[in-house]
Design a protein around this ligand. Structure first.
Ligand code: 13P
Length: 255
Protein backbone atom coordinates (compact mmCIF):
# COMPACT_ATOMS: atom_id res chain seq x y z
CA UNK A 1 0.00 0.00 0.00
CA UNK A 2 1.41 3.39 -0.98
CA UNK A 3 1.19 5.98 1.79
CA UNK A 4 -0.08 9.42 0.80
CA UNK A 5 2.58 12.09 0.43
CA UNK A 6 2.43 15.89 0.33
CA UNK A 7 5.48 18.10 -0.11
CA UNK A 8 5.66 21.88 -0.10
CA UNK A 9 8.18 23.36 -2.53
CA UNK A 10 8.78 26.89 -1.29
CA UNK A 11 11.00 27.68 -4.30
CA UNK A 12 12.98 30.94 -3.96
CA UNK A 13 10.67 32.40 -1.31
CA UNK A 14 11.09 33.30 2.37
CA UNK A 15 14.06 34.80 4.16
CA UNK A 16 15.40 32.73 7.05
CA UNK A 17 13.24 34.77 9.44
CA UNK A 18 10.11 34.37 7.33
CA UNK A 19 10.76 30.66 6.92
CA UNK A 20 10.93 30.08 10.68
CA UNK A 21 7.71 32.04 11.15
CA UNK A 22 5.96 29.95 8.49
CA UNK A 23 7.11 26.70 10.12
CA UNK A 24 5.92 27.91 13.53
CA UNK A 25 2.48 28.68 12.09
CA UNK A 26 2.09 25.14 10.69
CA UNK A 27 4.17 22.91 12.95
CA UNK A 28 1.62 21.69 15.50
CA UNK A 29 -1.24 21.34 13.05
CA UNK A 30 0.82 19.45 10.48
CA UNK A 31 2.44 17.30 13.13
CA UNK A 32 -0.94 16.08 14.34
CA UNK A 33 -2.11 14.90 10.90
CA UNK A 34 -1.80 11.14 10.59
CA UNK A 35 -2.22 9.28 7.34
CA UNK A 36 0.01 11.37 5.07
CA UNK A 37 3.74 11.87 4.87
CA UNK A 38 4.50 15.59 5.15
CA UNK A 39 7.61 17.21 3.72
CA UNK A 40 8.74 20.84 3.69
CA UNK A 41 11.30 21.98 1.10
CA UNK A 42 12.49 25.47 2.10
CA UNK A 43 15.46 27.31 0.56
CA UNK A 44 18.96 26.02 1.43
CA UNK A 45 19.66 28.89 3.85
CA UNK A 46 16.83 27.72 6.13
CA UNK A 47 17.57 23.99 6.17
CA UNK A 48 19.69 24.01 9.34
CA UNK A 49 17.21 26.05 11.39
CA UNK A 50 14.17 24.15 10.14
CA UNK A 51 15.88 20.81 10.68
CA UNK A 52 16.16 21.81 14.35
CA UNK A 53 12.57 23.03 14.53
CA UNK A 54 11.27 19.74 13.11
CA UNK A 55 13.21 17.50 15.52
CA UNK A 56 10.79 15.20 17.34
CA UNK A 57 7.94 15.98 14.92
CA UNK A 58 6.43 13.83 12.17
CA UNK A 59 7.32 16.40 9.50
CA UNK A 60 10.23 15.70 7.20
CA UNK A 61 12.61 18.00 5.41
CA UNK A 62 13.65 18.19 1.77
CA UNK A 63 15.95 20.37 -0.33
CA UNK A 64 15.03 21.85 -3.69
CA UNK A 65 18.17 20.94 -5.62
CA UNK A 66 21.75 19.70 -5.19
CA UNK A 67 24.91 19.12 -7.21
CA UNK A 68 25.95 15.56 -8.07
CA UNK A 69 29.54 15.67 -6.80
CA UNK A 70 30.09 14.93 -3.13
CA UNK A 71 32.65 17.68 -2.42
CA UNK A 72 35.30 19.85 -4.02
CA UNK A 73 35.93 23.02 -5.99
CA UNK A 74 32.38 23.74 -7.17
CA UNK A 75 31.81 27.27 -5.91
CA UNK A 76 28.26 27.92 -4.87
CA UNK A 77 27.04 24.32 -5.06
CA UNK A 78 25.57 22.11 -2.33
CA UNK A 79 26.43 18.41 -2.19
CA UNK A 80 24.35 15.34 -1.37
CA UNK A 81 26.66 14.63 1.58
CA UNK A 82 25.88 18.05 3.06
CA UNK A 83 22.17 17.54 2.57
CA UNK A 84 22.11 14.03 3.97
CA UNK A 85 22.89 15.42 7.46
CA UNK A 86 19.83 17.63 7.30
CA UNK A 87 17.23 16.20 4.92
CA UNK A 88 15.59 12.97 3.84
CA UNK A 89 14.40 14.25 0.47
CA UNK A 90 15.64 16.33 -2.44
CA UNK A 91 13.60 17.65 -5.36
CA UNK A 92 15.40 16.89 -8.63
CA UNK A 93 14.65 17.70 -12.25
CA UNK A 94 12.12 20.40 -11.46
CA UNK A 95 11.07 22.11 -14.70
CA UNK A 96 12.37 25.43 -13.38
CA UNK A 97 15.82 23.81 -13.07
CA UNK A 98 15.49 22.22 -16.49
CA UNK A 99 14.35 25.35 -18.32
CA UNK A 100 15.91 28.29 -16.42
CA UNK A 101 19.17 26.60 -15.48
CA UNK A 102 19.72 24.29 -18.43
CA UNK A 103 19.56 20.98 -16.57
CA UNK A 104 19.55 18.19 -19.08
CA UNK A 105 18.30 14.65 -18.49
CA UNK A 106 21.95 13.62 -18.28
CA UNK A 107 22.55 16.02 -15.38
CA UNK A 108 19.31 14.98 -13.69
CA UNK A 109 20.37 11.34 -14.03
CA UNK A 110 23.70 12.07 -12.30
CA UNK A 111 21.86 13.88 -9.53
CA UNK A 112 19.40 11.02 -8.98
CA UNK A 113 22.31 8.58 -8.72
CA UNK A 114 24.20 10.85 -6.30
CA UNK A 115 21.14 11.37 -4.11
CA UNK A 116 20.44 7.64 -3.84
CA UNK A 117 24.11 6.93 -3.10
CA UNK A 118 23.90 9.35 -0.18
CA UNK A 119 20.67 8.14 1.40
CA UNK A 120 18.56 10.98 0.05
CA UNK A 121 15.20 10.19 -1.52
CA UNK A 122 14.80 12.01 -4.82
CA UNK A 123 11.46 13.63 -5.60
CA UNK A 124 11.95 13.46 -9.36
CA UNK A 125 9.84 15.88 -11.39
CA UNK A 126 8.76 15.12 -14.94
CA UNK A 127 6.25 16.83 -17.19
CA UNK A 128 5.60 18.25 -20.62
CA UNK A 129 5.55 21.87 -21.78
CA UNK A 130 2.50 23.49 -23.32
CA UNK A 131 3.71 23.14 -26.93
CA UNK A 132 4.48 19.47 -26.33
CA UNK A 133 1.03 18.89 -24.87
CA UNK A 134 -0.61 20.67 -27.79
CA UNK A 135 1.41 18.59 -30.24
CA UNK A 136 0.16 15.42 -28.53
CA UNK A 137 3.66 14.58 -27.30
CA UNK A 138 3.03 14.27 -23.56
CA UNK A 139 3.66 10.53 -23.43
CA UNK A 140 6.80 10.77 -25.60
CA UNK A 141 8.27 13.49 -23.40
CA UNK A 142 7.52 11.64 -20.20
CA UNK A 143 8.82 8.38 -21.52
CA UNK A 144 12.04 10.08 -22.59
CA UNK A 145 12.48 11.79 -19.20
CA UNK A 146 11.77 8.68 -17.14
CA UNK A 147 14.08 6.52 -19.27
CA UNK A 148 16.93 9.05 -19.33
CA UNK A 149 16.64 10.23 -15.73
CA UNK A 150 16.76 6.64 -14.40
CA UNK A 151 19.36 5.38 -16.90
CA UNK A 152 21.70 2.87 -15.29
CA UNK A 153 19.80 2.91 -12.00
CA UNK A 154 18.69 -0.41 -10.53
CA UNK A 155 15.04 -0.58 -9.45
CA UNK A 156 14.64 1.28 -6.14
CA UNK A 157 11.63 1.98 -4.00
CA UNK A 158 13.08 4.90 -2.02
CA UNK A 159 12.11 7.65 -4.36
CA UNK A 160 9.05 9.67 -5.26
CA UNK A 161 8.01 10.95 -8.67
CA UNK A 162 6.05 14.13 -9.30
CA UNK A 163 4.13 14.67 -12.51
CA UNK A 164 4.26 18.41 -13.02
CA UNK A 165 2.99 19.59 -16.40
CA UNK A 166 4.98 22.77 -17.05
CA UNK A 167 1.88 24.61 -18.30
CA UNK A 168 0.17 24.07 -14.94
CA UNK A 169 2.98 25.38 -12.74
CA UNK A 170 2.27 28.77 -11.19
CA UNK A 171 -0.38 29.52 -13.80
CA UNK A 172 -3.53 28.80 -11.83
CA UNK A 173 -4.43 26.41 -14.65
CA UNK A 174 -4.19 23.03 -12.98
CA UNK A 175 -4.63 19.84 -14.97
CA UNK A 176 -7.96 18.10 -14.42
CA UNK A 177 -8.01 15.16 -12.03
CA UNK A 178 -8.67 12.84 -14.98
CA UNK A 179 -5.79 14.22 -17.06
CA UNK A 180 -3.38 13.96 -14.14
CA UNK A 181 -4.53 10.45 -13.23
CA UNK A 182 -4.17 9.22 -16.82
CA UNK A 183 -0.64 10.60 -17.18
CA UNK A 184 0.35 9.25 -13.78
CA UNK A 185 -0.89 5.81 -14.82
CA UNK A 186 1.21 6.19 -17.97
CA UNK A 187 4.26 6.96 -15.79
CA UNK A 188 3.56 3.90 -13.65
CA UNK A 189 3.32 1.73 -16.76
CA UNK A 190 6.59 3.20 -18.07
CA UNK A 191 8.27 2.33 -14.77
CA UNK A 192 6.89 -1.19 -14.93
CA UNK A 193 8.54 -1.59 -18.34
CA UNK A 194 11.79 0.07 -17.30
CA UNK A 195 12.08 -1.69 -13.92
CA UNK A 196 9.35 -4.10 -12.93
CA UNK A 197 5.67 -4.22 -12.09
CA UNK A 198 6.06 -4.65 -8.37
CA UNK A 199 8.35 -1.60 -7.94
CA UNK A 200 6.10 0.44 -10.20
CA UNK A 201 3.15 -0.50 -8.02
CA UNK A 202 5.00 0.58 -4.86
CA UNK A 203 6.37 3.95 -6.00
CA UNK A 204 4.50 7.05 -5.05
CA UNK A 205 3.60 9.38 -7.90
CA UNK A 206 2.36 12.88 -7.08
CA UNK A 207 0.64 15.58 -9.07
CA UNK A 208 2.01 19.14 -9.02
CA UNK A 209 0.89 22.34 -10.74
CA UNK A 210 -1.44 24.97 -9.27
CA UNK A 211 -2.62 22.68 -6.46
CA UNK A 212 -4.68 24.58 -3.87
CA UNK A 213 -6.85 23.74 -0.89
CA UNK A 214 -9.83 24.22 -3.23
CA UNK A 215 -8.77 21.67 -5.88
CA UNK A 216 -6.68 19.07 -4.00
CA UNK A 217 -9.69 16.78 -3.46
CA UNK A 218 -10.15 16.44 -7.23
CA UNK A 219 -6.67 14.92 -7.55
CA UNK A 220 -6.55 12.87 -4.41
CA UNK A 221 -9.86 11.16 -5.18
CA UNK A 222 -8.06 9.28 -7.98
CA UNK A 223 -6.38 6.11 -6.73
CA UNK A 224 -3.55 6.64 -9.26
CA UNK A 225 -2.49 9.91 -7.59
CA UNK A 226 -0.63 9.42 -4.31
CA UNK A 227 -0.33 13.03 -3.22
CA UNK A 228 0.84 16.46 -4.30
CA UNK A 229 3.91 18.62 -4.77
CA UNK A 230 2.64 22.05 -3.87
CA UNK A 231 4.29 25.34 -4.82
CA UNK A 232 2.52 28.66 -4.15
CA UNK A 233 -0.11 27.25 -1.78
CA UNK A 234 2.59 25.75 0.45
CA UNK A 235 3.63 29.29 1.45
CA UNK A 236 0.28 29.90 3.13
CA UNK A 237 0.05 27.92 6.32
CA UNK A 238 -3.73 27.54 6.34
CA UNK A 239 -3.84 26.36 2.74
CA UNK A 240 -1.00 23.90 3.13
CA UNK A 241 -2.40 22.42 6.34
CA UNK A 242 -5.78 22.06 4.63
CA UNK A 243 -4.18 20.34 1.59
CA UNK A 244 -2.46 17.82 3.88
CA UNK A 245 -5.60 17.30 5.97
CA UNK A 246 -7.76 16.66 2.93
CA UNK A 247 -5.17 14.29 1.47
CA UNK A 248 -5.01 12.22 4.66
CA UNK A 249 -8.76 12.23 5.07
CA UNK A 250 -9.70 11.33 1.49
CA UNK A 251 -6.97 8.71 1.05
CA UNK A 252 -8.02 7.18 4.37
CA UNK A 253 -11.50 6.68 2.92
CA UNK A 254 -10.66 5.41 -0.56
CA UNK A 255 -8.33 2.66 0.71
P1 13P B 1 2.58 25.84 -8.07
O1 13P B 1 1.82 24.99 -7.05
O2 13P B 1 2.91 27.20 -7.55
O3 13P B 1 1.91 25.81 -9.39
O4 13P B 1 3.99 25.11 -8.26
C1 13P B 1 4.04 23.75 -8.48
C2 13P B 1 5.44 23.30 -8.40
O5 13P B 1 6.24 23.63 -9.26
C3 13P B 1 5.84 22.49 -7.26
O6 13P B 1 7.11 21.97 -7.42
Amino acid sequence: MRSPFVAGNWKMNTTATEAEKLVLEMLDKLDRIKGAEKVLCPPFVSLVAINMMLQGSSIKLGAQNMYFETEGAYTGEISPVMLSELCEFVILGHSERRWYFGETDEIVNKKVKAALANRLQPILCVGERLAEKEAGKTEDVINRQVTADFKGIEPVSNLVIAYEPVWAIGTGKAASGEQAAATIQFIRDALAKLWNKSIAQDLRILYGGSVTSANIAEFIAHPEIDGALVGGASLKSEDFVSIVEQTAEIKGRVK
